[in-house]
Design a protein around this ligand. Structure first.
Ligand SMILES: [Fe+2]
Ligand SMILES: [Fe+2]
Length: 169
């Protein structure tokens, strides 16, 4: 059976579809946490609209992206995926260690957010180049959908940054 063969061939290998999806899941959860946490502690220009945008992104990252990836992992792999993997990826370190009640200037928050989106975009672009993803239309379509959202996020964040920079001139 195609799917079984596919499962066995990637199981546990570094750089495998499974690992790349686990890293993606961790990045989504970490980014969602950042977007959800930071609006409470924003200071500076455009605070309200950036905070509202971050909360909308938190919803996209968690309820759409992370949820879809988790469901796909559950469809592809019969064994439970180790939750502790999520705490080991680099993507989490910067965000989950964000102390509560740190004040963020909107400018700093935007720079963090842009970096997070760029990391996600690079990761998903890498996935889409791989034969293993090209041979799995369902996972490929999921990643392409998520990637499209990340590009939208990035563009919107860069527009905010431009607006803030232009009002500071
Ligand atoms: Fe995302
Ligand atoms: Fe995003």
């Amino acid at each position: 059976m195609e799917l079984k063969k596919y499962k066995d061939s990637v199981n546990g290998e570094p750089g495998s579809v499974k690992n790349l999806l686990l890293v993606a899941l961790a990045q989504e959860v970490a980014t969602a946490y950042f977007y959800w946490l930071v609006p409470n502690f924003l200071a500076g220009n455009e605070r309200k609209s950036i905070g509202d945008t971050f909360l909308k992104y938190a919803d996209d990252e968690f309820n759409d992206h992370a949820t879809k990836i988790k469901e796909r992992l559950e469809q592809l792999y019969t064994e439970p995926f180790p939750v502790d993997t999520l705490t080991k990826v680099d993507a989490l370190k910067g965000f989950t260690q964000t102390p509560l009640q740190t004040q963020f200037s909107t400018l700093t928050a935007l720079h963090h957010a842009i970096e997070a989106e760029e990391v996600s975009i690079a990761h998903y672009e890498k996935c889409l180049q791989m034969e293993e993803f090209k041979n799995d239309p369902v996972t490929f379509a999921m990643v392409r959908h998520i990637l499209g959202d990340e590009y939208e996020h990035l563009t919107e964040l860069k527009n905010f940054l431009e607006d803030i920079n232009s009002t500071q001139d």
